[in-house]
Design a protein around this ligand. Structure first.
Ligand code: PRP
Ligand code: URA
Length: 210
């Protein structure tokens, strides 16, 4: 079973509280989502492989380390995942960015529909960070990771801000090889599949569409 980690660093908890507040406006919501994503990227990238390198300092040779091996792809689930991309690029600026479009029909509870997939051509060689602020029923994350695996990706981590226990269980069952990182594990889901207490509709709050 992959790792499940709640990243409860004080800075992350504080910033998450800011965006849970229903009075947090679009500008602040967008900025703080990216700040949390940057803080999470620090931990999510902890096991990136290093290699030895000698570097000439002004005073001599340092036997130092640099990141080696797998390159990174950040794959936001549209729309709301886009809100986390710049925050991760702050730390990993050379990462490529793929996109997977999923939307849920909130009335029917049918599995989410895939409407767009565009990935780096060497996705199978990359460490993939799938990002989406919300892991609710898990349907979107499961289908996005299905779409990635179908195209050859195998080294996948899922990064969200708020998760429901139902979504974590579903994602772990469907993709036991995928590590899950979240800033909070909330109580559960309401009848519409929204996370309680959550932070509402992440896409609408990011883009100001409601
Ligand atoms: C939201 C959210 C996740 C999904 C989570 O997206 O950003 O992608 O719901 O729910 P699930 O775990 O039950 O699948 P939504 O479908 O509302 O689309 P949007 O990002 O375009 O707003
Ligand atoms: N999608 C959201 O944006 N929020 C939720 O609470 C659940 C799914």
């Amino acid at each position: 079973m992959g790792k499940f980690q709640v990243m409860d660093h004080p800075l992350i908890q504080h910033k998450l509280t800011m965006i849970r507040d229903k009075n947090c406006g679009t500008k602040e919501f967008r900025e703080v989502v990216n700040e949390i994503a940057t803080l999470m990227a620090f931990e999510v990238s902890r096991d990136m492989p290093l290699e030895d390198v000698d570097v000439q300092t002004p005073e001599g040779i340092a036997h130092a380390k640099q990141i080696s091996g797998k390159k990174v792809a950040i794959v936001p689930i549209l729309r709301a995942g886009i809100g986390m991309v710049d925050g991760i690029l702050n730390l990993i600026p050379a990462a490529k960015v793929g996109h997977i479009g999923m939307y849920r029909d909130e009335d029917t509870f049918e599995p989410p529909h895939e409407y767009f997939v565009k990935l780096p051509s060497d996705i199978e060689q990359r460490q993939v960070f799938v990002v989406d602020p919300m892991l609710a029923t898990g349907g979107s994350a499961i289908m996005a990771i299905d779409a990635l695996k179908k195209r050859g990706a195998s080294n996948i981590k899922f990064v969200c801000l708020v998760a429901a226990p139902e979504g974590v269980a579903a994602l772990q069952e469907a993709h036991p090889d995928v590590d899950i990182y979240t800033a909070a594990l909330d109580e559960g889901l309401n009848d519409q599949g929204y996370i309680i207490p959550g932070l509402g509709d992440a896409g609408d709050r990011l883009f100001g569409t409601k």
